[in-house]
Design a protein around this ligand. Structure first.
Ligand code: UDP
Length: 245
């Protein structure tokens, strides 16, 4: 196994499957199965869950723009991640994976508060930990929360599960000559303005030397393959030498 402890960022978009909103049961089941495969081979899995399938603070809805402030919208977005976290915990536990949820915003009877040392202990015991409520602060995203939590729990890698299988030189849907990149530096990722993760997250990961792998989470076995060290998706790195062996 190449990456013993990983942090998987699951976006709200992934959780809604083919739907336009909310949760898609088949997708949740499928992701839970993929997580189980990694846990079964001894991998330690933490997850930061998004909320965009329910609410995005910077949504351009005219009604929201006029009535709900950006900050309140962001808090609503963070609460949306709690809903997703509870849902995904249920799907994991349903297939026998013990799962704890830790939140950046305290809500006692529902989920535990975030504590890095306790989270690490859970992971060492083979439990999955889902981090919800992002960073706990407005104006951030769950991508940034994923980098932050990955560093705090000393994860070996951050995995960004998406619907595409990596970073391309151009938009593969528009350009037949678009090529998938096996790895790129953070510097290149900034220059290319790739949209698969937000720039704040990339900057934080670069400054703190956290490798990110962007891969297609919908393809069966992909999560396990990435953890095992197979070259799936695109690796975004700070120092190539540190991460290639
Ligand atoms: N959010 C926030 N602070 C955070 C994380 C999230 O304010 O630290 C809010 C923000 O409004 C965001 C929403 O929660 O739009 C949902 O998170 P995100 O867009 O990152 O979810 P994803 O795109 O992964 O589904």
């Amino acid at each position: 196994m190449k990456y013993k402890r990983s942090l998987l960022k699951l976006s709200g978009e992934a959780l809604m499957g083919g739907n336009e909103f909310g949760l898609h049961s088949t997708s949740l089941k499928q992701y839970a199965e993929e997580v189980k495969k990694v846990v079964d081979m001894g991998g330690q899995v933490a997850i930061v869950i998004g909320g965009g399938n329910i609410f995005r603070g910077f949504s351009s809805s005219r009604i929201r723009e006029k009535i709900i402030s950006r900050i309140n919208g962001d808090y609503m977005g963070m609460l949306a991640t709690v809903i997703n976290g509870i849902a995904f915990q249920s799907y994991l536990e349903n297939i026998g994976i013990c799962t704890n949820i830790q939140t950046a915003i305290k809500m006692d009877p529902i989920v535990e508060p975030f504590e890095k040392d306790i989270a690490i202990r859970y992971l060492e015991k083979g439990r999955v930990v889902i981090f919800v409520a992002g960073t706990g602060n407005p104006y951030f995203t769950t991508d940034t929360a994923a980098v932050l939590r990955a560093k705090e729990i000393k994860a070996d890698v951050l995995l960004k599960g998406t619907r595409v299988d990596g970073v391309y030189t151009k938009d593969p849907e528009k350009d037949q000559y678009a090529k998938k990149l096996e790895n790129i530096s953070f510097d290149m990722a900034y220059q290319m303005k790739i949209k698969v993760m937000d720039q704040t997250a990339f900057i934080l990961a670069n400054e703190n030397n956290l490798p990110i792998i962007i891969f297609d989470i919908n393809k069966e076995e992909n999560f396990k393959k990435v953890i095992s060290g197979e070259k799936i998706g695109t690796l975004v790195y700070k120092n190539k030498k540190l991460w290639k062996n």
